[in-house]
Design a protein around this ligand. Structure first.
Ligand code: ATP
Length: 314
């Protein structure tokens, strides 16, 4: 378990992390989301004892990181994967780390296998691709078989097979009762991987809850109806708080009414439905809505492709 209490980090005038309190529970994958510069890496560095809080505290399994006699066996981390510029092979890099932390050599082989590095274990780490470097970083994090794992952007640079592997790995490790805390900017991936989310912006917590609740809180569910009698159905469901739009003939998009009510109203009148689908908002929709005020680095909007002058685009 990770527990942060009023955790704060200032760099001069800049408050990178602004008094955040949260708990990361064991047995779950907890996603850590927020725009660039929100304070995710700074928070993770404080958990790992690499940055000292200006105020507040953070503990792993009840203790500050620097109080662990054998930290690698308590908490493993992949932080801002920078290429390890070393002439050592991956295996020797892992062996050296294992030796200094009293970890048996056979664990090195285990993590090499777990991370799919067998083919390249003898190669110089300095020549690794971004994806191989990520796998090695994850191997380092797993080396001490820790109860808690902190992964900053673990899928960065991985190919689709690697992304799927990380997803399955962290779910498996959480299923074993470990505490998993990971950041990612890939919302679709986070939606598939995480059970719980903590979203921060400008150093403060925006929301903290189960993935489904975060999505439900920040998006609206619409109902898609396809029917040869769409006009009649639109009349039936009309009422205060209900908005109806029709993107194409025979199709309705309904806000403010749920799918069972539409189905029951149609049945009562003997109307035919070809489709009745609740359309939930995505995590990306929820994230965009939750963080819209917290984005420091706004990008310029691109011109709408549909309004291009055909003379110019041709
Ligand atoms: N060593 C430092 N000195 C000064 N400012 C820093 C330092 N480290 C981070 N910051 C600032 O603190 C803020 C939070 O940065 P942090 O790297 O924690 O954000 P992040 O959420 O991890 O962002 P990203 O998604 O871009 O990785 C940023 O404004 C950053 O510029």
């Amino acid at each position: 378990m990770i527990e942060a209490q009023a955790l704060t980090k200032r760099y001069g005038d800049k408050t990178a992390v602004d008094g955040i309190t949260f708990t990361v529970q064991p047995g779950k994958v907890t996603g850590f989301l927020g725009p660039n510069g929100a304070g995710k890496s700074t928070t993770m560095r404080m958990i790992m004892g690499l940055d000292r809080p200006t105020q507040g505290s953070v503990t792993v399994n009840g203790r500050p990181y620097d109080k662990f006699a054998s930290p690698l066996t308590e908490v493993g981390a992949l932080l801002e994967a920078k290429a390890v510029h070393t002439g050592r092979s991956a295996r020797n890099h892992l062996r050296a780390l294992a030796a200094t932390h009293g970890i048996p050599d056979k664990r090195v082989n285990e993590v090499i296998e777990m991370t799919g590095l067998q083919q390249v274990a003898k190669r110089r780490v300095g020549g690794f691709s971004l994806g191989m470097g990520q796998r090695l970083g994850i191997a380092v994090a797993l080396l001490g078989d820790p109860r808690t794992l902190i992964l900053d952007e673990p899928v960065n640079g991985l190919d689709p097979e690697g992304v799927l592997w990380v997803r399955n790995l962290v779910k498996y490790l959480a299923g074993e009762g470990r505490t998993i805390f990971l950041s990612s900017h890939l919302m679709s991936e986070m939606a598939l991987t995480a059970d719980h989310l903590i979203v921060i912006g400008k150093g403060r917590i925006i929301t903290d809850g189960p993935v489904d609740e975060v999505i439900a809180q920040a998006t609206t569910t619409t109902v898609l109806v396809r029917s040869p009698q769409a006009g009649r159905i639109a009349e039936l469901v009309a009422g205060p708080g209900v908005t109806v739009s029709s993107p194409e003939p025979g199709v309705l998009q309904l806000h403010g009414v749920d799918a069972p009510s539409v189905g029951e109203a149609a049945a009562r009148e003997g109307l035919v439905l070809h489709e009745l689908t609740p359309v939930r908002g995505s995590l990306e929709d929820a994230y965009m809505s939750l963080t819209s005020d917290a984005v420091e680095y706004h990008s310029a909007a691109l011109p709408d492709a549909t309004t291009h002058d055909p003379e110019v685009t041709r």
